[in-house]
Design a protein around this ligand. Structure first.
Ligand code: ACO
Length: 807
């Protein structure tokens, strides 16, 4: 979940200073501070604190930072190099100066505006005195993009420096100082800033707040009607949005709270530091990787801030009520009820919404998916042509007032698409069910039951269990977990004899790694050790094994399916592994491929690379429940077989011959021949002459004018913005890895001018390509996807208006 109406709070004034004089001073002070000259830093700070703090909204601060960056990126190269020289080590052999210092007389001139020192000017630092050139000798060859990255990091660093001067809280100051130094080091060494250390890696708790809040919506409100449920979903989104922009109190401000134990205080301090480092500061300093608060924190943090946060949110709702559009007011009115429900679940230790394995009831998920599909298929304006969609339409359907009369549905499905009539599919489903329940012998002694079914039956009886376990340095680890981790370490060591034992222990007990354990009679008999990289959107599988005696029983498959579901629930869409030569077959059967669809920069440097192993990739589909997938496919294939059998019976049926000709009739309509329709014959539907598409009745010029008018209207539509021009690899680096036949409205305009669209099929195909590319590359919850659906509908309407559409 993301988005929701934007109720935000004023943020701490990071980077709200952007004036040129201030920037000059800032750059000088940060430079001095970076080189360890604390007294100079203090004097720079005195200057900056003298300026009244600009209380802007978060958005304003962000904008100002972006504007300043853009201005620096647009400077002439000499000026950029001068700016860089101030944070770059002198290349003169033996010189230890870490940044060129402006000569005394120019100290207050700003290199971000008109001042551009000569490259021959000497550094003010008495121990250096080398010309500016010696500080940039190693930078002149770097690409423009790398130069801008470095400059961006420098601006972030200067902003951090200013914030550090302004902030009074000592804990916060220390964090800013730490990040400032980190960025300073990265600029010096020209490396990407990566935060490592005792804070651990996000996510810090499972389930995350977003997941628990979604579960709350399922858990508490699934009985509501669609509109009410939609409102509660919006309320939940608004809450998450507020949390993601919420400014947490510093630990010192909370010390006054007498109910807080010593342990609470130290846990809060850790979480506050994590929030600053991973969520808050990176929102302003984009050289640091940013994470959403609601995606990386869980119940512990929410419990500590809930009371004050919910009070502020309620107040905000009251004060902003009138600014909310009329149709969204229900979000405001429902907010207190939602907050009360969430508070209840936060306090309950056994609340299911905080169980990492909580899943909404299947029926609810099905219902939601069906609704989602209906919305999508309505949006796409096309009827799906597979059996499954036929089944879904017939079983639940839309609300009565929206549903066309039943006979219309059937006629539409049987005449206008290749769908089978609903009753036929239902009959087949019933036949399959019946054959299962009547064939008792097979139920008692299943002969052809797949391994997957056996494993699932064992899981249902709790003969086997799956748990995700891992070590922790910040939370107590229970004895059971330690015992399982030790057992898993042995399983991996036995099954992967090539791996050094110490290496296995190191990773299994490493806090960044987790292991999905398969437990039988309280002993681990298999597992997958993995490391999630949520920021990169993939999980690395490090070890995967099942004990010898339990192999080839389906456990390996079910383990992998659990890992896939676990990953999907956490928003991860890719699994990567270096598979041993012998295991490539197994991974292929689990949907992995040697064809890596992820761009290398996404995983290079993150995943551990092994010699003599093969990198394999599996893309996860967010709407597939992998642990159910095999059963669903099997059911569908049984229904399909039954349908084929029924059709077969129809085809085989011998009907009485026609007698009408003997009785004197010269001819009869083809469709009146008994049995013809039953075996799938359909009358050729030719559109009536008047409504025949333009292309058959019109000259090419008229056609081109019509296309130009449609194209013009489409271009001007509010949802056309993503499709106006080609996607560039600079904007979306992996776009062309996935999209082989790109198309956009500009290219269509050019093709139209060149006379490429000789018929409407060509025109429609290019337009359809735009929408299908978009839906292929983007997920359904994105703005792009919605734009594609909406623009497609508009395009069809326009085509219809001009008589260029068949139906
Ligand atoms: N090569 C080819 N196919 C295999 C292999 C293999 N090494 N192992 C299993 N399969 C096949 C099975 O025959 C089965 O196919 P089928 O359904 O068509 O009959 C399918 O893969 C899945 O079988 P499961 O019973 O679900 O898997 P199992 O419980 O045997 O677990 C595992 C598979 C984990 C690979 C197990 O055999 C094992 O522990 N092997 C030794 C350790 C190992 O090689 N681990 C992988 C190293 S790479 C890494 O860890 C990143």
């Amino acid at each position: 979940m993301s988005g929701g109406p934007a109720i935000t709070l004023k943020s701490q004034p990071i980077g709200s200073n952007s004036g040129n004089a201030a920037a000059a001073q800032q750059q000088q002070s940060a430079n001095d501070a970076a080189s360890g000259s604390s007294s100079q830093a203090a004097s720079g700070a005195a200057g900056s604190t003298g300026t009244p703090a600009q209380e802007g909204t978060r958005q304003n601060s962000l904008q100002r930072i972006q504007q300043r960056k853009q201005k620096v990126f647009n400077l002439p190269e000499a000026q950029k190099l001068a700016k860089l020289s101030m944070y770059s080590a002198c290349q003169f052999e033996g010189c230890r100066c870490t940044g060129w210092k402006t000569p005394q007389e120019n100290r207050h001139r700003d290199v971000e505006s008109s001042y551009c020192p000569e490259f021959t000017e000497e550094c003010r630092n008495a121990s250096c005195c080398h010309p500016l050139r010696s500080h940039i000798a190693h930078l002149t060859e770097i690409s423009r993009a790398s130069m801008d990255d470095l400059l961006g990091a420098i601006i972030d660093m200067e902003n951090l420096f200013m914030s550090m001067q302004r902030v009074e809280d000592e804990d916060t100051k220390k964090v800013y100082l730490y990040l400032f130094r980190l960025l300073r080091q990265c600029v010096l060494t020209r490396q990407q800033a990566v935060i490592r250390g005792p804070l651990g890696d996000p996510p810090f708790e499972s389930p995350c707040i977003t997941k628990a809040v979604s579960s709350l919506v399922f858990y508490k409100y699934s009985h509501l009607n669609q509109t009410e449920l939609q409102t509660m979903t919006e309320v939940a989104k608004t809450f998450l949005n507020f949390l993601n922009h919420y400014n947490f109190e510093s630990p010192s401000a909370r010390r006054a709270d007498s109910t807080q134990t010593h342990e609470d205080a130290s846990t809060y301090k850790i979480n506050y530091t994590r929030w600053l480092v991973f969520c808050h500061v990176p929102a302003f300093c984009n050289s640091l990787r940013q994470f959403e608060t609601s995606l990386v924190f869980g119940r512990t943090l929410l419990r500590t801030v809930f009371q004050s946060m919910s009070q502020q949110l309620k107040k905000k709702c009251v004060s902003e009520r009138d600014r909310f559009p009329e149709d969204k007011r229900s979000i405001i009115t429902q907010m207190p009820k939602f907050l009360e429900a969430l508070r209840g679940e936060l306090l309950k230790d056994d609340s299911p919404i905080w169980d990492p394995n909580y899943r909404p009831p299947n029926s609810f998920v099905m219902q939601q998916r069906k609704r989602h599909q209906e919305v999508n298929s309505m949006a796409a304006g096309a009827s799906s042509s597979n059996i499954v969609s036929g089944v879904k339409r017939s079983i639940a359907g839309e609300p009565q007032h929206k549903r066309p009369k039943k006979d219309t549905v059937d006629r539409v499905s049987s005449e206008n698409s290749d769908d089978l009539p609903t009753e036929v599919v239902l009959r087949a489903m019933n036949a399959v069910m019946e054959s299962k329940t009547t064939n008792k012998a097979e139920i008692l002694f299943p002969v052809n039951v797949s391994r997957d079914e056996n494993v699932k039956a064992e899981e249902q009886k709790r003969a086997i269990e799956f748990h995700v376990v891992g070590n922790s340095l910040t939370k107590p680890v229970d004895k059971q977990t330690i015992l399982w981790l030790l057992g898993l370490q042995l399983v991996f060591a036995h099954q992967l004899p090539e791996m050094p034992r110490e290496y296995i222990s190191q990773l299994v007990f490493d806090t960044k790694h987790k292991t999905l354990a398969l437990i039988k009679e309280n002993q681990p008999i298999g597992g997958i050790c993995f490391r999630p990289f949520p920021s990169q959107g993939f999980t690395e599988i490090v070890f995967c094994a099942v004990t010898m005696a339990e192999q080839v029983k389906g456990y390996g498959t079910h383990l992998m399916n659990h890992l896939k579901d676990y990953s999907i629930q956490r928003g991860i869409k890719h699994l990567l592994t270096f598979a041993d030569c012998d295991a490539i077959g197994y991974f292929k059967k689990q949907g992995f491929s040697k064809d890596i669809k992820l761009a290398r920069p996404v995983y290079a440097g993150y995943i551990k690379e092994y010699d003599s192993a093969t990198l394999m990739h599996c893309e996860l589909h967010p709407s597939i429940v992998n642990t159910q997938f095999i059963a669903v496919i099997r059911n569908q294939s049984e229904i399909l077989k039954e349908l084929i059998a029924q059709r077969h019976n129809e085809v085989q049926k011998v009907r009485a011959g026609l007698t009408c000709f003997k009785e004197g009739l010269p001819s009869i309509p083809v469709e009146s021949i008994p049995g013809l329709r039953e075996i799938g014959w359909k009358p050729q539907m030719r559109p009536a002459r008047a409504s025949r598409p333009l292309e058959e009745s019109s000259d090419p010029e008229k056609l081109a004018t019509s296309f130009a008018s449609v194209l013009q209207s489409v271009r001007q539509h509010t949802t056309a913005w993503p499709f106006l021009r080609p996607v560039t690899a600079a904007e979306v680096p992996d776009y062309y890895d996935h999209i082989k036949y790109p198309m956009d409205l500009k290219t269509m305009g050019e093709r139209l001018k060149r006379g490429y669209y000789q018929n409407r099929r060509l025109f429609m195909a290019d337009m359809a390509r735009i929408f299908s590319n978009c839906r292929f590359y983007n997920s359904p919850d994105t703005e792009y996807y919605r734009c594609a659906n909406s623009l497609e509908r508009y395009f069809q309407t326009k085509m219809r208006e001009l008589g260029l559409w068949d139906k």
